[in-house]
Write a protein that binds this ligand. Sequence first.
Ligand code: ADP
Ligand code: MG
Length: 374
Amino acid sequence: MSFGDIFGGVPEGTWVAPGRVNLIGEHTDYNDGFVLPFAIPQRTEVAAARGEDGVWEAWSALTGETIRFTVDDLTPGAVEGWGAYVASVVWALRERGYEAPGARLAITSDVPLGAGLSSSASLESAVLGALIDLGGLDVPVEERPAIAQLGENRYVGMPSGILDQSASIRCREGHALFLDCRSLEVEHIPFDLAAAGLAILVINSNAPHQLVDGEYAARRASCEAAASALGVPALRDVPLDGLDDALARLDDEVLRRRTRHIVTEDDRVLRTVELLRAGDVRGIGPLMTASHASMRDDFEITVEQVDVAVAAALEAGAYGARMTGGGFGGCVLALVETSAADEVRGAVEKAYAARSFTPPTTFTATAAPGAHRL
Ligand code: ADP
Ligand code: MG
């Protein structure tokens, strides 16, 4: 099925936007901190054409459904289900003063849904690109992630940070995206794994996502409470060499652990960037592993399946391994010699089988381009 089968005629163009993995820097985005994602080859494609003013129709190959909404539905809650992600983009553009043209959108995607690879941001970013170009809207690229994020936060109702949309829109092929989530300044850090003889395995734990939304909101609330108790705008403002003092001033053990994760994680991102700038890709392994321990012990966002995958990958010779994404399931990244990739994958599969977990699914990630028109 394609655009013509659904809507008739031919599309005016096709816009794509990738999913992402975050190399390091988890839950730091809404603390005004640092993240380092790269785009993966899996992406959402939107074949689109202008339609009647004030009317949007979207078909997704994944659901087989066509949804329709009009300007009257541009209030949060009016469109639900997956269509909300499409409507959220039209709504958010309008909130920022841009009128999206009416459009027909045929959507296909190979980004696994709900696996922590950000299928939602890839959908929003592809739709955003299509509407901007079809309408001839002059929206600077630096402004685009915040528009997609606004839609996801307020129209869909997910309180996510700026990481996912920034990665999907701003990443470059062969590079990781070093993003300062306060200034929104970016630096494209060369990240050519193949040239170094290395690979990143993305191991989908296939663990059922549990309590994700509630736990995510709880982590955000804890970080805000800690920042406010410490009298800083965000936990990003607690320097690493002031961490012990800050912890001594917090009387709640949970807030202390959450704070320690964010402050040390920001530092790990900065150290990872330094190593990559110096061309030492293998050197980032221990930082990845330390990040995982911090997410497991201090931020408490991992589950048994991801901890088992990390341990098995390290035991089989990975330089480093960590969960990527918001947590409570999702994917693990393992940095390995290309020649060791099969062995590491096999070790994780074996560890899962021994515990009767649902088998993991694994692919090798390369740093793909961000959103663009084909
Ligand atoms: P993630 O972004 O980690 O994949 P989310 O829960 O944030 O997980 O987003 C997943 C949701 O995004 C799906 O449940 C669905 O509503 C929507 N979605 C993403 N891609 C598509 C698509 N191609 N077609 C329809 N809905 C999609
Ligand atoms: Mg998402």
